[in-house]
Ligand binder design. Sequence first.
Ligand code: FAD
Length: 469
Amino acid sequence: MKKIGIIGGGFAGTMTAIQLIEKVATPCEIILINKTATLNKGLAYSPYSDRHLLNVITSKMSAFPDKPSHFLDWVMSQKRFKEKDPKRVANSFLPRQLYGDYLQDIWEAAINLAATKQLKLTVIEGFVIDIEVSENIISILLENELKLDVNYCLIATGNHNPRNPTIKNMDFYKSPNYFQNPWLVESVTNTKENLPVLIIGNGLTMVDTVFGLLENGFKGEIYSISPNGLNILPHGENVQAYSKLVDELDADLSLYELLKLVSKHIKLAKNFGISAEPIIDSLRPLTQKIWKALSEKEKTLFMSRLRHLWGMARHRIPLSSHNKIHQLRMQGELHINSGKLIDFIENNDFINVEYFDKNLRTLKTLKVSRIINCTGPETDLMQLETSFLKNCLLNGILVQDHLKLGIKTDTTTFQLLNSEGKNHSNLFTLGSNLKGELWESTAVNELRVQAEKLAENILKMHDHLYPSH
Ligand SMILES: Cc1cc2nc3c(=O)[nH]c(=O)nc-3n(C[C@H](O)[C@H](O)[C@H](O)COP(=O)(O)OP(=O)(O)OC[C@H]3O[C@@H](n4cnc5c(N)ncnc54)[C@H](O)[C@@H]3O)c2cc1C
């Protein structure tokens, strides 16, 4: 019986397992390994607060590429939504916790389906510390010394903790008042009232963390520092789709030509009183193709000059959240600064934060009680303290792309490339590990398609190798 091991049971790992369960026609064992009890939901859909909202509207969050209204239909079938207007629900940003419940429901349905097939489904709560790869077998080693041999192994490890920013005193990061993982509830509970909190970073996680602090009774001031200051935009309501830019897109455009074209359309739209939002959104289905066509030099240029602008246009928040952030700023409860961190020095009573304020062009200090890192997931495997992926990189099982955004992978088969540039026959990945290859490879929108294709691919490969099954 073929064994398929999946490391990571967040959205990507779970949905690949579900696609395998649905499509498999021959006897097989699927082993899903997840390090925490957040099976099926992963980091994004097991938040500590129901004020943490999806950043995509309900009608676009189906877990299945071929059933676009699946999430909306599920929501409307829930008791508390029965009386609601489906059109309004379709266009609203629902709590991420609710999406976690949806994934849980889909998973339970898949378990029932598996029981009707010649399928063994094994779920292991454990932490993978290494893998050994040979031609036919991959051995997965867990922290509790369990060793599992599988025929195919899928790495669906998702998002890593943020990197510790460089400061003079890197030892500070051992402090119990530093929270490297902003997605844990501990980062916003048991705060001291008399001193402010510092959030490093000004993106979507900063917004979630501000709401988390308030919800948990924090009444002090909140500061946030990032290189560019506040640049979060809200999602507009009932924004019309814009198709003119895509009509003019040519496959061979250079980064410079592409920029010129986008600027032209932003100006054109402005004349009609339309914002840049639908123009950037119109590029979304083509982003992976555009990224793949760029040269390494252009990708490097994009990362150094345009990444920030792209992130701002792409990662918007619901209007209600945006309004709340502005209200807090006007009330003097939230201070958002553009600056460069220099040092954190802790004594018994407080942490002294030294930074260079970019707007005031001067060195500033702040006294805070805790520091929460909201700079976004680390992508460079060498920066991770411990990870089996780092081991794999060091022993040549995998290689990173030149920008260290992810793992080099054949994106048609999802097979990892080894240090000699050859495809592994039995080792696969998807999701954020493909960021270097595809740039956009983290949202449900992309992951649901990858999960389906990857499941089909593994099953096809197996049937080709063992036609007698
Ligand atoms: C806070 C947040 C909010 C988001 N909101 C949205 C949204 O609204 N809409 C949207 O489309 N996308 C959103 N995203 C993007 C999100 O990354 C994807 O939608 C999706 O959840 C990613 O799933 P994943 O399985 O790749 O990763 P993850 O959710 O990170 O899951 C990976 C899993 O692997 C496990 N794991 C990792 N290493 C090991 C190991 N060594 N051994 C065993 N298990 C391991 C982890 O415990 C985890 O459960 C959000 C992301 C974040 C971080």
